[in-house]
Design a protein around this ligand. Structure first.
Ligand SMILES: Nc1ncnc2c1ncn2[C@@H]1O[C@H](COP(=O)(O)OP(=O)(O)OP(=O)(O)O)[C@@H](O)[C@H]1O
Ligand SMILES: [Mg+2]
Length: 541
């Protein structure tokens, strides 16, 4: 057979003169005849050839004797040199990944018991070198004339690469979808926050900053402010923006994180804060710093499955103290995350900061936690080290340069907001946002009209002299950008200010992108200033 195939290839490579084509046809005809004649006689050879062409492995399992033969691929695909140990079904069972074994066995058992003629399934199978292959097996269940199963002949195909590609794709699609979802949630959240911030500011003005009411209001305002920074983080994540370092007070950073830490760690882990008495400052990106502490806390949690204590410690490290040799002399702040969990072996300690080094399974660890911490700390001019003892616990020490505290913010008397008497039309479908904007603008002396849809707004523009339209980018019946275009065409003297809970680049890829833009959530001061600037024709986007 092999000789025939070779001559066939040779014929195809020759230049095709009429004579040669003739000879080739004859050869092919001979091949067909030979195959027809020889196939039944050399049945086993022929089938082996077909099996070889697929590059798969073939197993033939005799159900009565539990004997197993491997007509093909035991060595080439699975890496085992044929011997005695692979001649019973126990060999196949032993090589299946523990997590797939009972599922696969049960499914094959069910197929054999039923009247099924075929079975197919996927499982992980250990290669002779120790790694696992993802195999797709398609099998024929051979039965005797009474329907009793006698043989199970399976073709095993290596689909490892295909599965890895598929997993990678679904992972990146998941991240993409998460980004979109985060952006959408942040947008809706910004509408609520605009209302909360706006109304609390209006109330602060009403109670003139006096009494318990004013205290409660300032609490509401600062909570809303924190929520606004969270939504900003979500928007940043969905855009994957590089972040910026700021001068921050260390104890406050840790203290703010303590509460979210409790939720993250669960009830059987207690959190202790041992904070230095002085107020020390460092220059870090607050989001990245949060990420470091969360990564370390999650590692500590994983190391204490039965519960334990997590200590967050801060300390001042001066020149004559414990400054790591790698850092120039100077003043530093130490931040340590300490657990009394299982600790690490020397081998783990050696590879700890390597990207993708993990001792956890696929679902629980990507091995990027400490590598990320290392990168951030180094970028911030600091040092990270680990002390750990098997069975006793682990301490991760971070050392960051101390910076001088920023001057205290000067006491700011509430500035008088810019005002006016022009006519402004507020177009916004979210009732709370619309009301707070309308009230703020009326309080500032403007003549304010309101609409929640574009068609209503168009009617008002046609009947009134509107100096400025403040419109959301997303309206129920039309996009805010199209509505802005309509306004420019039908009432050229009317100024336009766009608002949105999305970031400007995301929403404004249209002809309206040169217009002033106010992002939500906005407070009365930002609204007053942007409105005045838009009316005066100053670019504020
Ligand atoms: N506090 C700790 N106690 C014991 N072992 C730890 C501790 N922190 C890290 N390790 C070990 O170091 C390895 C690497 O940690 P790293 O945070 O980089 O990755 P991961 O936690 O495995 O995965 P990821 O953080 O990406 O989810 C861990 O798998 C674990 O074996
Ligand atoms: Mg981790």
């Amino acid at each position: 057979m092999r000789a025939i195939t070779a001559s066939h290839i040779q014929t195809r490579q020759q230049p095709k003169s009429a004579k040669k084509i003739c000879r080739q046809r004859k050869n092919n005809e001979n091949l067909r005849k030979t195959s027809r004649k020889t196939a039944p006689a050399k049945d086993a050879d022929y089938h082996q050839l077909v099996a070889r062409a697929t590059n798969d492995a073939v197993r033939d399992w005799d159900l009565a004797s539990r004997g197993l033969t491997w007509p093909q691929g035991l060595d080439t695909l699975l890496g085992y040199s044929p011997g005695k140990s692979d001649q019973t079904i126990a060999f196949w069972q032993r090589q299946i990944h523990g997590a797939d074994r009972s599922r696969t066995a049960a499914s094959i058992r069910d197929a054999i018991k039923s009247k099924a003629e075929y079975w197919s399934g996927e499982y992980r199978f250990r290669h002779a070198k120790g790694h696992y292959l993802q195999l797709l097996e398609r099998a024929l269940i051979v039965r005797d004339i009474n329907g009793r199963p006698v043989r199970f002949i399976g073709v095993l195909m290596d689909v490892t690469a295909r599965k890895q590609l598929h997993d990678q794709l679904s992972n990146s699609q998941k991240m993409e979808a998460f980004g979109q979802l985060a952006g959408g949630v942040a947008h809706d959240f910004n509408n609520f926050l605009t209302a909360i911030l706006g109304y609390s500011d209006l109330l602060v003005a009403e109670v003139e900053g006096r009494g318990t009411g004013a205290k409660y209001l300032s609490e509401i305002r600062s909570a809303a402010g924190r929520a606004a920074s969270l939504t900003k983080q979500l928007l940043t994540f969905s855009r994957r923006e590089p972040l910026e370092p700021r001068v921050l007070e260390v104890n406050k950073l840790i203290h703010d994180l303590e509460r979210s830490m409790l939720r993250l760690l669960g009830e059987n882990i207690s959190v202790l804060c041992e904070l230095m008495p002085e107020k020390k400052h460092i220059k870090v990106d607050p989001d990245q710093f949060t990420q470091i502490i969360i990564n370390l806390a999650v590692n500590a949690r994983d190391a204490m499955p039965a519960g334990g204590t997590l200590v967050l410690k801060t300390e001042a490290i001066s020149t004559n103290g414990k400054v790591p040799a790698e850092l120039p002399l100077g003043k530093y702040v130490g931040i340590s995350v300490i657990d009394n969990g299982m600790g690490m072996t020397d081998d783990v300690k050696e590879h700890l900061f390597e990207p993708f080094f993990t001792t956890k399974d696929d679902r629980h660890g990507s091995g990027l936690g400490l590598a990320t911490c290392y990168g951030i700390v180094r970028q911030s001019g600091g040092h990270i080290s680990v002390e750990s003892e098997l069975g006793k616990g682990t301490a991760v020490h971070i050392c960051l340069p101390e910076v001088v505290a920023p001057p205290p913010a000067p006491y700011r008397k509430r500035p008088k907001l810019p005002n006016g008497t022009e006519t402004i039309l507020v177009v916004e479908d979210d009732i709370s946002v619309r009301h707070v904007a309308v009230r703020t603008l009326r309080m500032l002396g403007y003549n304010v009209l309101e609409a929640f849809r574009a068609d209503e707004a168009k009617r008002l523009i046609q009947c009134n002299i509107v100096n400025l339209v403040v419109t959301d980018v997303v309206l129920p019946d039309m996009s805010g950008c199209d509505f802005a275009d309509w306004t420019r065409n039908n009432s050229p003297s009317t100024q336009i200010l766009l608002t949105s809970g999305y970031l400007p680049e995301i929403t404004l890829d249209s002809p309206a992108s040169d217009l002033p833009f106010l992002s939500k959530p906005f407070d009365p001061e930002q609204l007053a200033e942007t409105v005045r600037a838009s009316l005066d024709g100053v670019v504020v986007s």
